[in-house]
Design a protein around this ligand. Structure first.
Ligand code: DC
Length: 224
């Protein structure tokens, strides 16, 4: 029998990370924050002076990553080579770098094994852009979590302000629109719902409501 997998894909700021963590916590499954993998790669490229169009350099970096995602109900941790990364990945520069390195098919292929290895017993909940379409096409439950760009920008704004960063609403909105466009229109693994995904619009819903809705779907599919 295959390890059960739940995928939660969608655009930035739709609430995927929080929802995925809550579902993984409830099911006692492992967690995969695939966006963090692209963020780590973007950050490593900046820090090590590897250009975003240096495919060989990026693939070598991608092949060297060893990660895990320890979490509890409140927060998701990221451990790279045994070292906890904390908030280092949560800023606009790293987000933009992630979105750029994610454009390349060779880079995406290099990160596939690392993502699939996270599917361990008793199960996995993963969030990203292409988990239901490309990385785990046979997932037991696929969710596509969406929200209007204005709502997502406001959520991201509050998140960044809360973590002590000085940002402007209009800059966040523009940045989200640019990243959305890049993520949705790229040739490889564009951000689209899988054909068998259950689409949830979280614009008017609380995290608790979305979590409950997904929990009901998990129960119906005997994952809970
Ligand atoms: O979810 P996030 O904001 O942390 O993701 C950062 C970037 O990584 C996002 O702009 C696109 C890319 N990404 C991707 O291409 N595929 C994924 N499965 C997850 C993220």
């Amino acid at each position: 029998m295959n390890t059960p997998v739940v995928t939660i894909d969608g655009p930035s700021g739709a609430g995927k990370g929080t929802v995925a963590r809550n579902i993984a916590y409830e099911l006692d499954f492992h967690l995969l924050d695939s966006g963090a993998i692209y963020r780590i790669l973007g950050l490593a490229a900046i820090e090590q002076g590897v250009a975003f169009d240096d495919i060989g350099g990026l693939v070598a970096l991608a092949n060297s990553l060893e990660l895990s995602f320890p979490f509890d109900r409140e927060r998701t941790g990221i451990v790279l080579d045994g070292v906890s990364l904390g908030q280092k990945l949560r800023n606009q520069i790293v987000a933009d770098a992630a979105s750029q390195v994610a454009l390349n098919p060779s880079v995406r292929r290099a990160l596939m094994g690392l993502q699939r290895r996270q599917a361990r017993e008793p199960g996995l909940v993963g969030d990203g852009r292409d988990l239901g379409t490309i990385v785990f096409p046979d997932a037991d439950l696929k969710i596509f979590l969406d929200a209007s760009v204005e709502v997502r920008a406001e959520r991201r704004y509050l998140e960044l302000i809360e973590s002590g960063q000085i940002v402007e609403r209009s800059v966040i909105l523009r940045d989200l629109e640019i990243r959305d466009f890049r993520d949705r229109s790229r040739d490889v693994a564009p951000l689209v719902p899988a054909r068998d995904a259950y689409v949830i619009d979280s614009s008017e819903k609380t995290v608790a409501q979305v979590v409950m809705e997904i929990q009901d779907l998990c129960k119906a599919r005997r994952l809970a």
